[in-house]
Write a protein that binds this ligand. Sequence first.
Ligand code: CA
Length: 227
Amino acid sequence: MRVLVVEDDPGIADLMVRGLERAGYDTAAAASGQQALLASPDPDVVLLDLGLPDMDGVEVCRALRERSDMAIIVVTARGEEGDRVAALDEGADDYLVKPFGLAELLARIRAVLRRVRPADREVLHHGDLTVDLRTRTVTVGGREVALTPKEFDILEALAVDPGRVVTRQEILERAWDTHWYGPTKVLDVHVAGLRRKLDRPGLVETVYGRGFRLGTPDPQAAPPDAP
Ligand code: CA
């Protein structure tokens, strides 16, 4: 999934690019409207700042939309409401108002992609993890991981919205029964099995007292069986 960040403020552009790459997106940056229009191949998602030095961002939006059905998320400062509306009229899929957090940016991208390409919903991506909901197969770094049905259900509950804390109760209701009133220790046993098979320390994170979420594995972390 290729993302193009169109932003003339190098500090903001750098933060966005680094955050998106950590989240597993292949990311490029353009500092002007002209650069954005020259980007090749076409990105899947464009994050478009409207206040650009060389061109009106709304014009850039129109030109990109004429070219392909890429997802376009407009990024604006608070004072640019008129421009934001104009950009939506020119085919932008969503907008974000500065300042925004990385988690919100990633959630907006996922939401827009779900609308633009419903078929992609069947395969969830998080870093080098893929979860195929149709075939119920999971890969990590290209390696297929054989999970039990319960382990798959737990991973699915986390992977539909990576980064969000999913409570123990939510997972139990999803993977076991509508209402699970029994001991929740069984969940820990399956989570331990899931972690062992994924073999990515930090990927399935425990949020103490709340539940679990998908985290960003530390690339520096040695495999558990390394000396
Ligand atoms: Ca700007």
